[in-house]
Design a protein around this ligand. Structure first.
Ligand SMILES: Cc1cc2nc3c(=O)[nH]c(=O)nc-3n(C[C@H](O)[C@H](O)[C@H](O)COP(=O)(O)O)c2cc1C
Length: 299
């Protein structure tokens, strides 16, 4: 693996929306090719750290270099690594503004100002580049262990709201774990009471089906937990996983169907939902595969 750092000049000032679009693309594409890193932008200048397999990084760099959004790309550091420094970021982001620099309160960055963040200066002051990278990487790790902050993080109110949401999601994750443990205990208890039944014949097929239902409920709870943790990691709702969870939930219902009590209409409607969810899942799966192939013609 290698870690590579380059600097470049934006051909036109990047608006928040431009940066958001760029980051959204990177955060979607980089995990598919095993790339991590961080992007700094300020004063019309980019500084980007890229980590990954050498060949992948070289190919990505070729693509990035041809991007018309910037020019004059210069690699200022390239080294072999055994461990990623930005393992948690498919592409972290830091706006280099006077405010962020002063808030950094770092001795090495005391004499560094937003106006200095330009390729000529950065090329000559590698120590500053290293300090910038180190400082903001560590700050991110401290900032509640968030993985990917949005480009809006400079806005104090949005920042607070963002934190509240993440805290709420964390609370949900904890409650979900409690639910899972509770579910496991329930399944254990149901099994235990069945095993204690006077004769094996008492363990009727219906009871077994009920136990299957309880098992599947716990699995669904685990899927929901995974949904929550993935949201915390990526700041994105993974729709494919949500569909998979819905499929599991409906499959659970199908498994415990009591055909003597259900109306044909109910069964048909359930079949339609299963079909629709299955189709959506298949389409999303196909899109991911085709997308990955499109973006990695060598694969
Ligand atoms: C400063 C900058 C950094 C970029 N970083 C990445 C990156 O980390 N990963 C990525 O896939 N594309 C990145 N891009 C976008 C690529 O240059 C390119 O637009 C994208 O890979 C799509 O290329 P394609 O249309 O040839 O598939 C970056 C672009 C710029 C201007």
């Amino acid at each position: 693996m290698i870690q590579l750092v380059y600097i470049s000049a934006a051909t036109a000032p990047m608006s928040k929306q431009d940066l958001k679009d760029l980051l959204q693309y990177c955060r979607q594409h980089n995990p598919q090719i095993g790339v991590t890193g961080m992007l700094f932008y300020g004063n019309g200048t980019f500084l980007q750290v890229l980590e990954g397999e050498e060949q992948v990084i070289d190919e990505l760099l070729d693509t990035i270099e041809q991007d018309p959004r910037h020019t004059g790309l210069q690699v200022i550091q390239r080294k072999a690594i055994t461990e990623r420094e930005y393992a948690d970021w498919s592409m972290g982001f830091q706006q280099v503004s006077e405010r962020a620099l002063r808030a950094a309160a770092s001795a090495e960055l005391d004499d560094f100002h937003e106006g200095d963040f330009k390729t000529g200066y950065l090329r000559e002051h590698r120590i500053v580049v290293q300090s910038l990278m180190d400082h903001f990487r560590k700050q991110r790790i401290k900032a509640a262990g968030q993985s990917e902050l949005g480009v809006d993080e400079e806005d104090a109110m949005i920042n607070v709201l963002h934190r509240i949401i993440r805290l709420s999601v964390r609370a949900l994750a904890i409650m979900m774990v409690i639910t899972i443990v509770w579910g496991v205990l329930e399944v254990g208890y149901a099994l235990y009471s069945q095993l204690l039944a006077p004769a094996v014949t008492d363990l009727r097929i219906n009871d077994i089906v009920v136990i299957f239902g309880a098992f599947l409920s716990v699995l669904i709870a685990i899927e929901i937990f995974v949904n929550i943790t993935l949201y915390l990691r990526d700041d994105v709702v993974h729709v494919k996983l949500v569909i998979a969870t819905a499929l599991m939930a409906i499959a659970r219902k199908v498994i415990v169907f009591d055909f003597e009590k259900l109306t044909p209409m109910y069964i048909l409607a359930t079949a339609a939902v299963v079909l629709a969810l299955g189709l959506v899942y298949w389409l999303m799966d196909r899109q991911t595969v085709i997308g990955a192939r499109y973006q990695r013609p060598e694969a």
